[in-house]
Design a protein around this ligand. Sequence first.
Ligand SMILES: NC(=O)C1=CN([C@@H]2O[C@H](COP(=O)(O)OP(=O)(O)OC[C@H]3O[C@@H](n4cnc5c(N)ncnc54)[C@H](OP(=O)(O)O)[C@@H]3O)[C@@H](O)[C@H]2O)[C@@H](O)CC1
Ligand SMILES: Nc1ncnc2c1ncn2[C@@H]1O[C@H](COP(=O)(O)OP(=O)(O)O)[C@@H](O)[C@H]1O
Ligand SMILES: [K+]
Length: 510
Amino acid sequence: MTQAPPEDHRGRALYRAEQVRELDRRVIASGVAGFALMQRAAASAWRYLRATWPEVRHLSVLCGGGNNGGDGHVLAALAAAEGLSVQRILVKPVESLEGDARRAAEMADAAGVGRQPWKDGTTLSGELVVDALLGTGLAGEVRGASRSAIAAINASGRPVLAIDIPSGLHADTGAELGEAVRATHTITFIGDKLGLHTGRGPARVGKLVVDDLAAPREAFEGMTPAAWRLGRALIAALLPPRERNAHKGAMGHALVLGGATGMGGAGLLAAEACARLGAGKVSLATDPAHVAASLIRRPEVMAHGVRGLADLGELPQKADVLVVGPGLGRGSWGQAMLQAALAAERPLVVDADALNLLAERLAGQWRDDWILTPHPGEAARLLGIGTADVEADRPAAAQALQQRFGGVVVLKGAGSLVAGPAGLAVCPCGNPGMASGGMGDALSGMLGALVAQGLSLEMAARLGVLVHALAADMAARQGGERGLLAGDLASCARILVNPTMDEDDAVATR
Ligand SMILES: NC(=O)C1=CN([C@@H]2O[C@H](COP(=O)(O)OP(=O)(O)OC[C@H]3O[C@@H](n4cnc5c(N)ncnc54)[C@H](OP(=O)(O)O)[C@@H]3O)[C@@H](O)[C@H]2O)[C@@H](O)CC1
Ligand SMILES: Nc1ncnc2c1ncn2[C@@H]1O[C@H](COP(=O)(O)OP(=O)(O)O)[C@@H](O)[C@H]1O
Ligand SMILES: [K+]
């Protein structure tokens, strides 16, 4: 059986390639020979393959020139020993291999497993493809034979088991370096890797299992994970049942500032999501044209028609947290609302056009009491770089934003990242149905609700991002991804923030 690493309420520890190499070294230093570790990895992958595809009789195993390829050779030998026919393909000649990889290739040779060099146009004949081309040793854009071998795997239409990492995916950043294997399944070893969970990772990894290869716990001592993969345990850890005598005054008051002329829905969505996540009171400061709509949709929200600063009065001071940005626009109204929010001496959730205004006019602002929630485009504007640069290294972009602007930064998009004083966290949930307008507005409202209820900004950000994505997954299970609406999330999120509810029995209210 694969042995998954332990998890606690923080989630699962994720590492960078360099850290995993260090873990490998420590395990080897503890007395497990490198080749024995490779055999464990290959045996684990083989057991997983057998359990997942018991009917498969013919495999194509593509082996690279390093130890990832070594895993492939050993797996090929194990499969052949159990009577499967194996097409073993090498992108580098055996004579050029070194160390354990060479030993593994020669072992497969000695066991009579046939091999052939990769050539453009080689047909992958297996019912299933094992990708053992590139692992944690990937450096730079994929070159040479590996490049065309990856393209051939992707064109094969077969299920693909990636060994350790889908080849071509960067273990640290989740960026695709040229082209990465689109695996249906990935088995990763020793420690889980950050790049499997953000950027292109979730789209390339398929179903993921982690096997720590029985690495001794001491090997992990003193190694600070690169990030935490958020998991459901966080919900119950941060949201215990309420005291029986709870009252709305103790559950916090959130004020949403948003909804300039023509963008009223954004403010409404944020306010509704805020209310559904349990803020004691929710106020909305919006263009007067949107007040009636807000009252009809959510009479629980106190909607204030605000034409400018004079109308806002003392509203910001009455709130415990301000959410500024949804539908804010970049015009004079939005600028005035942002100025008021920044001056209010309250913790802030800053989203959407409030971030664009910050980037345009307020560069250099630094606060420790705000959560910034940029999508990659907004992040790029804040950093003064291109969106592609952000996507090329999402963890670095999130951390750079946090260092430059302070507080807590949520970098949105598949595998949303939360960067704060406690480090980096990544959200493994969510789905492409969330690629629809208003989803970010719902998120900002949720974050406001959690801050209002007393969570630290960082824990509010981690929990809010997780609940938002889980709510979208729940809504997608009910009605599919396409056509998923931001307005569908709040009622599902309500069920999630009451972890004693049975999700299947709970009825989502509108
Ligand atoms: N004992 C252990 O430590 C254990 C390690 N384990 C396994 O080892 C893996 C790590 O092995 P690793 O360090 O040998 O690196 P790996 O991923 O095979 O890559 C190196 C090869 O890739 C090539 N290459 C690099 N970049 C390239 C590019 N852009 N484009 C094209 N080619 C490129 C590079 O070629 P070169 O640059 O040398 O020409 C070299 O041939 C790890 O993921 C896990 O699966 C497990 O068995 C558990 C025990
Ligand atoms: N493919 C996806 N997988 C997971 N989450 C996604 C995906 N696409 C979008 N999201 C999430 O949906 C939200 C979209 O936010 P944003 O782009 O600000 O939307 P809007 O501006 O329309 O409100 C973010 O939380 C983002 O992480
Ligand atoms: K691989």
